[in-house]
Design a protein around this ligand. Structure first.
Ligand code: SF4
Length: 401
């Protein structure tokens, strides 16, 4: 068995809030269906309506080959097994192993690399958002069990790290990446020491120092007559993709790459961000300085970024096949989006502070969208070119400062 790497200072325990059992489809295996259908309290109900709970799953995605059904949701979007006390009926009556395998796996994530598998958590879970329970580092036996489950459910997931790049065109052997990784995690892992946006700026500077002198990182100079507008157009598209007003609207989980390119070539007069049906200009957002968040929110944002960095969920097969530098800048952009969203909420309320629970819901939404995005090659290419620019990353971070 290869090595399991577990992040430090990350805790988890299910809070039993039932939030992960709302709206989102749960893929189900044949074994899950047979096991659940045979439960005494359910046999009669399932026999009366055999297709009511399990809808055949028609997915061509090879990652989902182990799943044949999805668990049908009630008309209000709740799982049929979620009780009015927000408890899973299957878990309460028959124990955790009676639940669908995907429910047993959530919120653990596993990312396999040439030097072992990295554990992380989905921040769609309240337990992860609130850092509840014992440290993951003290739950090794449980993590190994979940990892085995993950491997049995997703045998086709075999990430290929052979094309790891520091920036586009600069291939890097995995051992070289690991040397950089140790320093990156030292910079990003200190989430109680300084603001995460400042940590990411430091991580970007460290990576730039690893490049040969005079490497060109500003790749679109001719097309970027107005670079700040390009920043705004990119932020607008990613804000709409990652933090839409209606999280459950089933939109294409991709950028409009051609539309973005058209607007870069011929930018509109004004770019506005729309949140909760209200429009905000970038000048207005720039003028309202946010500063440091409350300590709980800062800690949460830090844990979210640290988990992604620790588990290599920000570059290569870990995220959109971005290069390492563009991946770090994408993480910086995610923190900027969260901070911009907080600014917008605060402005709507004329400055009344945004509560930690509201910040947690922003990060929960972001995590859910990140797990759904599926970028086309065209989108990846444009993201790589726009995100590799350190000047852009710096400007975007200062917009959200
Ligand atoms: S089966 Fe249980 S754990 Fe899974 S979504 Fe339904 S209520 Fe939640």
């Amino acid at each position: 068995m290869d090595q399991l790497h577990i992040p430090d200072r990350i805790n988890f325990e299910c809070s039993g809030c039932g939030n992960c059992c709302l709206k989102w489809p749960v893929p189900v295996t044949v074994e899950d269906k047979d096991r659940i259908s045979a439960l005494p309290a359910l046999t009669a109900r399932i026999a009366a309506e055999p297709d009511r709970l399990f809808r055949p799953l028609a997915s061509s995605d090879p990652k989902f080959q182990a799943f044949s059904f999805t668990l049908e949701k009630a008309s209000d979007g709740r799982c049929e097994f979620l009780t009015s006390e927000e408890r899973c009926l299957l878990h309460a009556e028959y124990g955790p192993s009676s639940k669908p395998a995907m429910c047993q796996l959530f919120p653990y994530t596993f990312n396999t690399t040439p030097t072992g598998t990295y554990v992380s958590l989905s921040f769609a879970s309240s337990g992860a958002l609130f850092n509840l329970g014992r440290p993951l580092s003290e739950q090794q036996a449980l993590l190994i069990e979940k990892w085995q489950l993950f491997k049995s459910l997703f045998p086709a997931i075999r990430p290929d790290w052979s094309r790891t790049q520091l920036i586009d065109g600069h291939l890097m052997p995995w051992e070289d990446y690991l040397r950089l990784d140790a320093e990156l995690i030292r910079i990003i892992g200190g989430f109680n020491r300084r603001r995460v946006d400042q940590q990411l700026a430091a991580a970007s500077r460290f990576l730039q120092e690893q490049l040969p002198a005079r490497t060109n990182l500003e790749r679109l100079p001719k097309m970027e007559a107005r670079p700040k507008q390009v920043d705004q157009l990119l932020l607008k598209q990613l804000f709409e993709l990652y933090l839409p007003d209606d999280l459950y609207t089933w939109r294409l989980p991709d950028l409009d790459a051609q539309g973005l390119m058209r607007q870069i070539v011929s930018p509109p007069q004004t770019v506005l961000l729309v949140s909760d049906k209200q429009s905000f200009g970038f000048r207005e957002l720039l003028d309202s300085e946010l500063g440091e968040l409350d300590s709980q929110s800062e800690d949460l944002l830090g844990r979210f970024v640290y988990c992604r960095a620790f588990a290599k969920l920000y570059f290569g097969p870990g995220f959109a096949n971005l290069s390492v530098l563009s991946g770090i800048h994408h993480l910086a952009l995610l923190t900027a989006l969260v901070r911009l969203k907080i600014k917008m909420i605060a402005r709507k309320r004329e400055g009344r502070p945004v509560e930690f629970l509201e910040v947690a819901e922003i990060i929960r939404a972001l995590e859910r969208r990140l797990s759904q995005v599926n970028f086309s090659k065209e989108s990846v290419a444009i993201l790589e070119v726009l995100l590799c620019s350190p000047e852009r990353a710096e400007r975007i971070l200062s917009l959200a400062a």
